[in-house]
Write a protein that binds this ligand. Structure first.
Ligand code: SAM
Length: 246
C-alpha cells in the first residue's frame, strides 16, 4: 500500500466527516459531533496522559511537543495549554486546513502537512514530549515502524514518548487474514465493497517487535499498558518511552 493511497483515504474523511473520522463514536456519524465537546475530549485525554507521566516520576521539559497524526488538532490544542510550542503533523491536507481553522493558540501551535514516510522536517532532539494516539493503528506496519524510529530521533534526552499501537487481532481468523490487508487484491476488494467511501483500516505490530524497535533506536521502555482506544477486535497497547540522558 502506497502512502498516497493512505493519504487519499484520510483526506476523504477530512472532506466528508472529519470529527467522526477522528473519534468514531457511533452516535456522532454524519457530522453530529459538537465542536466544543469534541475538543473537550482532547483536554481530558492530555490531562490524563500528563498525570500518568507524572505518576511514573518522569519530568520532561515543557518547551516543545509533537502530536503525530494530529487530525484537526483535538490533542494539539490541548497540548498547547501545557507546552510552549506544539507541532501537529498529519498526512491529510483537509485535516490540516481544519486544524488551522480551529487553532486558538496562534504561532504556539503549528500544523504541518507531511507526505513522506519520515519526519525529516524536524531536526534531531527537537521535542520534550511526543504523543501519538489512534494513528499508527491505521497504517501498514512498515510505515508505523519508520515513524516510531523517527520519534526516537526527534526526542530530547530525558524526553518522553507515548504512543498507542495494536499488537494483534483478538480472533484467530482475523490474525490469519491480516497480512493480506496492505496488498493490492485486498484494496481491490475494499474498492468493490465500499466504493469511494473512506475506510478505517486497522493494522498492528506485535509487542515483542515494538520493544525490539525501541531498543534498536535508543529508547528505554518505562511502562506499557493495555489500551482500549483501538477497535475492540484488537489487542492494543500504549507505550511510554524515554531517551536516556547519556
Ligand atoms: C483517527 S485520526 C486521530 C487523530 C488524532 N490523533 C486524535 O486522536 O485526535 C488518525 C489521523 O492520522 C492521520 N494519519 C494517517 N496516516 C498518517 C501518516 N502516515 N502521517 C501522518 N498522519 C497520518 C489521519 O489523516 C488522521 O488525521
Amino acid at each position: 500500500m502506497k502512502l498516497e493511497d493512505l493519504q487519499e483515504n484520510w483526506n476523504k474523511f477530512g472532506e466528508t466527516d472529519p470529527l467522526w473520522g477522528i473519534l468514531a463514536w457511533p452516535d456522532k456519524t454524519e457530522n453530529r459531533w459538537q465542536v466544543d465537546a469534541f475538543f473537550e475530549t482532547g483536554v481530558e485525554e492530555i490531562d490524563a496522559v500528563l498525570a500518568y507521566v507524572a505518576d511514573l516520576g518522569l519530568e520532561p521539559g515543557f518547551d516543545a511537543a509533537l502530536d503525530f497524526g494530529c487530525g484537526v488538532g483535538r490533542l494539539s490544542q490541548a497540548l498547547a495549554r501545557r507546552f510552549d510550542i506544539v507541532h501537529g503533523v498529519d498526512i491529510s491536507p483537509a485535516m490540516i486546513e481544519l486544524a488551522q481553522q480551529y487553532n486558538h493558540h496562534g504561532e504556539r501551535c503549528r500544523y504541518h502537512l507531511n507526505e513522506t514516510d519520515d519526519l525529516r522536517l524536524f531536526e534531531d532532539k527537537t521535542f520534550d514530549f511526543i504523543y501519538s494516539n489512534i494513528t499508527l493503528q491505521h497504517m501498514p506496519p512498515r510505515y508505523a515502524s519508520a515513524y516510531i524510529a523517527e520519534f526516537l530521533r526527534l526526542l530530547t534526552p530525558g524526553g518522553v514518548l507515548i504512543f498507542q499501537i495494536p499488537s494483534a487481532p483478538k480472533r484467530r481468523l482475523r490474525r490469519l487474514i491480516q497480512p493480506l490487508r496492505p496488498t493490492r487484491p485486498w484494496r481491490m476488494y475494499q474498492k468493490w465493497r465500499y466504493g469511494d467511501h473512506p475506510v478505517m483500516d486497522m493494522y498492528g505490530i506485535p509487542q515483542t517487535q515494538v520493544l525490539q524497535l525501541l531498543k534498536t533506536h535508543g529508547g528505554k521502555l518505562v511502562d506499557v499498558q493495555s489500551d482500549d482506544s483501538a477497535d475492540a477486535a484488537w489487542i492494543s497497547y500504549r507505550y511510554c518511552v524515554t531517551k536516556p540522558l547519556s
